[in-house]
Design a binder for this molecule. Structure first.
Ligand code: NAD
Length: 438
């Protein structure tokens, strides 16, 4: 099957590469020439484990190519996927659909023969119908259907998520488009991964409802963690005790500095906005957004308290700035609010991140980038663990403490314990949702 993937970001690139690995002939298109040049030269513009090898394999097999020429890629394609960004629109919280609609206009001009135009981007309910109108208006002769195929992959585990999904959601208006979609996903279908076929609106809604639910779960446990600190309970034990209940499940029950990333913040805001537009306020989601903002602020207060209210002139080493491990994505990362707040309070901030520097340099002005945790800790007054990269999960705490001016550790991912920290020579240790501080 010939597929064009419009937008070669985290979702478009991974999806395009995986489709080619299924055996389809895929052209990945992006309007950013630098990205396409890199890909043509065998380099990967994002960090995603395993992606480089899969690209190499499928390029070598002649099934995968990269181009800036949308029209040539769409010409003769049986399915065209739109995987462009849908960021929060400035000012009102709505999803910005301008990239989706611009792509639809361009696709319309280039369609030859029956084509299914599939929206993979996360888009509000009603967008696929709008895409249909845009294409029909721009090219009344085009023979096409639209389909909604929201993506659920997680950055950092994207290939495995795409190849072994919990489910694939496909929204279509007729059997013809459904057959094309079934053919695309046949390798997964054959391996018994469930494909949920719905109407367009339900598919669009599933994505927002799923993301808002997960954001709610994270925020719920963060709120319980704040209470644990006051009442003397331990959030790790509480999460374990809750998560073993099959109705609850243990995923997304880890307390931390608040959710971030390219999806949860924008998708919760967009869902809240959709609710307002339809006079059905999404009160839970609105509260989740508010509590998540407060959680981030609470992290700054906790660090300040650990430093006895004195951040001015102190050197703070921050370990991990990407929104989660195994990605270079900095979008809406907690570090983007916590680090500037520390600098604003007069701290000198050093930063270590295995993959975050390329994106982070422009986003975190005024920090000093260091090679590793031990160098960052040299004569520092505090170490703050913000992102649980593997290399921060097995730190030699003794070595770290020895290097510091005043050994203080803010473990915002609950990797260590007050006992570990005390034994290693830390004078102060704080974590989330536990009262065993030193
Ligand atoms: P991204 O910003 O990494 O990539 C989007 C790409 O589209 C960019 O490279 C941009 O240059 C390109 N683009 C924009 N307009 C174009 C056009 N007209 N023609 C060609 N290329 C164009 O975004 P992303 O993180 O991959 O997200 C894409 C969509 O997928 C969003 O709607 C997002 O909500 C959704 N999503 C993302 C994730 C994730 O983990 N990142 C997971 C599930 C769903």
């Amino acid at each position: 099957m010939k597929i064009a993937m419009i937008g070669t970001g985290y979702v478009g690139l991974v999806s395009g590469v995986c489709f080619s690995d299924f055996g389809h002939e895929v052209i990945c298109v992006d309007k950013t020439p630098e990205k396409i040049e890199m890909l043509k030269a065998g380099q990967v513009p994002i960090f995603e484990p395993g992606l480089d090898a899969l690209i190499e394999k499928n390029v070598a097999a002649g099934r995968l190519s990269f181009s800036t020429d949308l029209a040539a890629a769409v010409d003769g394609a049986e399915a065209v996927f739109i995987a462009v960004g849908t960021p929060t629109r400035r000012g009102d919280g709505h999803a910005d659909l301008s990239y989706v609609m611009a792509a639809a206009e361009e696709i319309a001009q280039a369609i030859t023969g029956y084509t299914v135009v599939v929206t993979k981007s996360t888009v509000p309910v009603g967008t696929n119908r709008q895409v249909k109108q845009v294409i029909a208006r721009a090219n009344p002769k085009a023979e096409f259907d639209v389909a909604s195929n929201p993506e659920f992959l997680r950055e950092g585990a994207a290939i495995d998520d795409f190849m072994r999904p919990d489910r694939v959601v496909v929204g279509v208006q007729n059997a013809r488009a459904g057959e094309v979609m079934a053919e695309i996903y046949r390798p997964l279908f054959l391996r018994d991964f469930p494909i949920v076929t719905t109407d367009l609106e339900s598919a669009e809604m599933i994505k927002y409802a799923a993301n808002a639910f997960l954001a709610t779960k994270i925020t719920f446990i963060n709120e319980i963690a704040a209470l644990c600190e006051r009442v003397g309970a331990d959030i790790k034990q509480v999460s374990k005790g809750m998560g073993l209940d099959g109705r609850i499940g243990n995923k997304f029950l880890h307390a931390g500095p608040g959710y971030g990333g390219s999806c949860f913040p924008k998708d919760t805001k967009a869902l809240a906005r959709i609710g307002q537009d339809h006079s059905v306020p999404m009160q839970i989601t609105e509260t989740v957004i508010k509590v998540n903002d407060e959680t981030r602020r609470r992290m700054v207060e906790k660090i300040t308290d650990m430093m006895e209210g004195q951040l001015a002139g102190k050197t703070v080493a921050v370990l991990g700035v990407t929104f989660k491990p195994n990605t270079d994505d900095m979008r809406e990362a907690p570090s983007l609010t916590i680090v500037p707040a520390l600098i604003g309070a007069g701290a000198k901030v050093r930063v270590v991140d295995p993959q975050g520097r390329r994106e982070g340099e422009a986003l975190l002005p005024g920090v000093q980038w260091m090679e590793d945790a031990y160098k960052a800790a040299q004569k520092a007054d505090a170490v703050v663990i913000l992102t649980e990269w593997n290399e921060f999960r097995a730190l030699d705490l003794k070595r770290l403490a020895r290097k510091m001016a005043t050994p203080a550790l803010a473990d915002l991912r609950n990797i260590y314990s007050a006992r570990d920290a005390k034994r290693a020579g830390f004078q102060r240790y704080i974590s989330i949702g536990r009262s065993d501080y030193i």
